[in-house]
Design a protein around this ligand. Structure first.
Ligand code: NDP
Length: 450
């Protein structure tokens, strides 16, 4: 048998790669990991975590207004972007350190360099060559910006976390998770915000009622939502203003254009062709259900595989890989009923089928929904309304989808996701006593079908 430097070489120090490296090392494997930027990956360094911190920052604005109705003198005069950035950076530095420490404590050899494969068992890492029995590709994804005139003047979420000055006017392009979240952040922090999306409604793929409800709410909060329209070109005026021509013929002047038009798998220049690894049309590393590529000893997890681009899914895939290959405990990552949230304002959270998908798949579908003003806002002038919806397969009485737009949607949906994963029936939802007064209790009290 050949002698390799390591049992496992992981390329990419994000959620999937770090989890796999730690777990494999825990099973006794000799593991090395390479990361060219900072440990923690997109989620920790320039994704979920700093984004959620920005969402908190943006939401205070509304909280101050709401507080006044409860008797507080909550007059606020200013917002300091540089304080937010500095505090956010401090937290990201802390998390970056924790990720590295977790790896070191697990006995993983940590490299701060890019790795490129030379063949199926060897990688060039700086001026060293490392060989490994098994290789895991966990290199994530990167923002995609379509090629239009002036696109070089646009930023993506990567840059949004480090803007030197907070823009007074912002145009966000796209209608997915990142576009909707960042439109809410810019708007909440006080930028005049336009969100432009090429289709008829934001959040394609989500339940249609949720999409409509959220669109109505974000418009009420001040976002200028332009549907069926996208950017034709961006020109920079002498004073630095971005003049943007939209495909609907209109033109707007803003200080910042942010593209959130999807992400592309990071599979280029990794030597994957030298190792013979097959890629799909979007550059995604093709894998089977146990995350193995067409090359027997090479696996891939996370966004680079373009399955479900969510951190907890990448960690699940990395964990399943490490247990299966190094722990003699084989299990498959389960990509069904994966809950997710859009941290818009208000947030949206979802698990299972939307109504439209359910009607395609099940013979008899019933829906239950509720739209209401939360107790908190009965005292405030805030016109925000929450919306909840359950999708039920009538033949089995199983709840096959749950959706919410409203405060704390992500926190509420996590528990509902457990019930749905466990196969709960509508009768069991109905038999569950609600927690009163809460919004969550609505999920147990929707008795009359739509
Ligand atoms: P999404 O795939 O969610 O959305 C991309 C958006 O850009 C869609 O509205 C799409 O339109 C639009 N678009 C694509 N190409 C073009 C184009 N050429 N011109 C104009 N519009 C275009 O990607 P995101 O970048 O928002 O996020 C990437 C992934 O990251 C998400 O899918 C999600 O898995 C993950 N993520 C999760 C978060 C969370 O859990 N809270 C937060 C952020 C990201 P169309 O719908 O018409 O194709």
């Amino acid at each position: 048998m050949e002698n390799f430097d390591y049992d496992l070489l992981v390329i990419g120090g994000g959620s999937g790669g770090v989890r796999a490296a730690r777990i494999a090392a825990g099973h006794g494997a000799r593991v090395a990991i390479c990361e060219e930027y900072r440990y923690g990956g997109t989620c920790v360094i320039r994704g979920c975590v700093p984004k959620k911190l920005f969402v908190y920052a943006a939401h205070f604005h509304e909280e101050f207004d709401d507080a006044a109705a409860y008797g507080w003198d909550s007059t606020v005069n200013s917002f300091d972007w540089s304080t937010l950035i500095a505090n956010k950076d401090k937290e990201i530095d802390r998390l970056n350190g924790i990720y590295e420490k977790l790896l070191l404590n697990a006995g993983v050899k940590v490299f701060h360099q890019r790795a490129e494969l030379i063949d199926a068992h060897t990688a060039q890492v700086g001026d060293q060559r490392l060989s490994a029995q098994t290789i895991l590709i966990a290199t994530g994804g990167t923002p995609f910006v379509p090629d239009i005139v002036g696109s070089e003047h646009a930023i993506t979420s990567n840059e949004a976390f480090h803007l030197p000055a907070f823009p007074a006017r912002t145009l966000v392009v796209g209608g997915g998770y990142i576009a909707v979240e960042f439109a809410g952040i810019f708007n909440g922090l006080g930028s005049d915000t336009i969100l432009t999306y090429r289709g008829p409604q934001i959040l394609r793929g989500f339940d249609n009622d949720i999409r409509d409800h959220l669109a109505g709410e974000i418009v009420k909060k001040g976002i200028d939502l332009r549907l069926n329209s996208t950017v034709e070109q961006i020109q920079i005026k002498d004073d630095g203003t971005h003049n943007v021509t939209l495909t609907d013929g209109s033109s707007v002047d803003v200080d910042c254009v942010m593209y959130a038009t999807g992400r592309t798998p990071n599979s280029a220049n990794l030597g994957l062709e030298k190792a013979g690894v097959a890629l799909g049309p979007r550059g995604e590393v093709l894998v089977n259900e146990d995350s193995r590529t067409n090359i027997e000893n090479i696996y891939a997890v996370g966004d680079v595989t373009d399955r479900i681009a969510l951190t907890p899914v990448a960690t699940m895939e990395g964990h399943a890989f490490a247990d299966s290959v190094f722990g003699d405990r084989p299990w498959l990552a389960d990509h069904t009923n994966v809950p997710s949230a859009v941290f818009s304002q208000p947030p949206v959270a979802t698990v299972g089928y939307g109504e439209e998908q359910a009607r395609e798949k099940f013979a008899s579908v019933q829906t239950f929904s509720s739209e209401f003003r939360t107790l908190k806002h009965t005292l405030t002038e805030n016109t925000e309304r929450s919306f909840m919806k359950l999708i039920v397969d009538q033949d089995s009485d199983r709840v096959i989808g749950a959706h919410m737009a409203g405060a704390d949607a992500a926190e509420i949906m996590q528990g509902i996701a457990i019930a749905i994963k466990a196969g709960a029936s509508k009768a069991q939802f109905d038999a569950t006593v609600g927690i009163h007064p809460s919004s969550a209790e609505e999920f147990c009290t929707m008795r009359v079908p739509d």
